[in-house]
Ligand binder design. Sequence first.
Ligand SMILES: [Zn+2]
Length: 210
Amino acid sequence: MEQLINFPHRTLRIDSTGLPLEWIDFREAAKLYSVGDVIYTLGDHLYTIKGGVNAKSGLRSEININSIVATRGRSKHFQQKLAKFTPPLSNQTLFKRDDHLCLYCGSQYSKRELTRDHVTPISRGGQDIWQNVVSACKRCNNLKGGKTPEESSMGLLAIPFAPSYAEYILLQGRNILADQMKFLLNHIPKSSPIIERIQSKDKVSTRLKN
Ligand SMILES: [Zn+2]
């Protein structure tokens, strides 16, 4: 099969009720199609995968992969679990949550220049959880040291929060296509800071284009 590099986009897998589940590459998507697990598709056609030649018919099989595929249903129990889901905390997702901004000085940095800052330091009883961590540049993190924001007089530009399941999938996406983005945004409350950050970015890029 061809190299992954020719397939820069991933397919968004959703359940039968339309709940976003995960990103899958073209190989995983092709497998779902071939075993008949895809019950409906949304979005645009993404890739055509050529399979083997059928010995009887002499025809080469072909699988058309869409940007969004729905697979067989999940139980209600699973959906209830998702509602209480807390994504694993990693620096990569944390920096994406905060749009690579230092939440103290407000400047944007590359992931190498950012650190995970504990708002209430671990040494002061703070926890290593989404609600107590923010992206911070090295300089601000050093300045703050082992102090709380009040003690260091360094205010936070936004309140840290744990992403919901749909927000987490959005944050994990790379090269998200417009139809996938539209679908995911329907599962995220308009008040989500993540939506605000995406929209302000859209405004900036539209401004730059004009
Ligand atoms: Zn900073």
